[in-house]
Ligand binder design. Structure first.
Ligand SMILES: Nc1nc2c(ncn2[C@@H]2O[C@H](COP(=O)(O)OP(=O)(O)OP(=O)(O)O)[C@@H](O)[C@H]2O)c(=O)[nH]1
Length: 311
């Protein structure tokens, strides 16, 4: 598991404190909510970069992704968490819920996301707030009228002492400036944890695997994307030529492997082309991408495999 270490970098080594504005603030903000509320879309919109994969299907975010947003007077370190699930069907799901709780415990502030289109509050995700200071962001306001959400806001305020409520649209950008201000002035005063030009803590290979996983979500249906794990087994940077990336896609059953490969290898070829194009755009340089498919029966329930895959 790639996790942020608050103590990893010594702030004083990064920036001369005398150069910092006296009101500089920095801290960790966990984005929490049920699957598909738009957590990844929001983080990508705030960061202005696509760090977290976004798909119309729920439960695409499995890892806790660290994104860093720095301004002259602040640094926000976002922890994007997997959507909170009602029922845990696999050990993988239990790992995902623990990721949520760990992110909340590490955070200075929680950004609780809910859909403005819902009638009833999301009480299951509220149970994971652990009494931390939190802001309620009601997302997808582009789909409803302002006055329609008032009963929902009332219901939420009865259930949790949110410090602020901000109606937003992660998709259109509506009110994201207001949300940022609400976050920043609640962060502890202090110097930044990371250099100001750093966007994330994950190495490139993590994003490469996530891009391949996103393409699997786009090109395959039903259980295939959920049963697939992508591991980067070799990543050679070649200053003289194209970087070489070897990725394995692990699935649970031989039938899933057959679907991923397709007739005469056509499906895997199409996946490889789409993934390579997006990876090249992300890295800003040409690569050679090799994909192969492996079967590991029931990997989502096997502790040892889950650990070796970074969960
Ligand atoms: N209309 C509308 N759609 C949105 C908005 N924000 C996100 N979406 C859509 O909602 C879907 C889910 O968005 P994600 O950002 O992947 O949601 P998530 O909460 O990260 O989902 P998980 O990874 O499953 O936890 C996508 O189809 C988004 O385009 C919004 O403000 N308005």
């Amino acid at each position: 598991m790639m996790e942020p270490e608050k103590t990893q970098s010594t702030p004083s080594l990064l920036i001369d404190p005398a150069q910092l504005p006296p009101d500089h603030r920095s801290g960790y903000v966990a984005i929490v909510g049920k699957p598909n509320v738009g957590k990844s879309t929001l983080m990508n919109a705030l960061l202005g970069h696509k760090l977290s994969i976004v798909t119309p299907k729920p439960q695409t975010t499995r890892h806790r992704i660290l994104g860093i947003l720095s301004g002259d007077t602040f640094q926000i370190i976002f922890l994007d968490t997997p959507g909170v699930l009602k029922k845990t069907r696999y050990k993988l799901h239990e790992h995902m819920l623990r990721t949520v709780d760990r992110a909340v415990a590490d955070a200075d502030l929680v950004l609780f996301m809910a859909e403005a289109t819902q009638r009833a509050p999301d009480t299951i995700s509220l149970n994971h707030l652990g009494n931390r200071p939190a802001i309620l962001a009601l997302n997808k306001m582009d789909l409803v009228r302002q006055e329609q959400v008032l009963p929902l806001v009332d219901a939420y305020m009865k259930l949790y002492p949110f410090e602020a409520v901000v109606p937003i649209s992660a998709l259109t950008g509506y009110n994201l400036d207001v949300l940022l201000k609400e976050i920043i002035h609640r962060l502890p005063p202090g110097p930044p944890f990371y250099p100001k030009d750093q966007l994330s803590e994950h190495p490139e290979r993590f994003f490469v695997a996530e891009i391949i996983r996103e393409k699997i979500f786009e090109q395959f249906r039903e259980e295939i994307p959920y049963a697939a794990q992508v591991n980067i087994v070799d990543y050679k940077e070649r200053p003289e030529g194209k970087d070489f990336i070897d990725a394995e896609i692990v699935v649970e059953r031989p039938t899933q492997k057959a679907i991923l490969i397709g007739k005469g290898g056509q499906a895997l070829k199409r996946l490889g082309t789409a993934a390579r194009q997006e990876i090249e755009a992300f890295l800003g340089r040409p690569i050679y991408l090799q994909l192969h498919v492996k079967v590991r029966e029931d990997w989502r329930n096997r502790d040892r495999l889950l650990r070796s895959y970074g969960y």
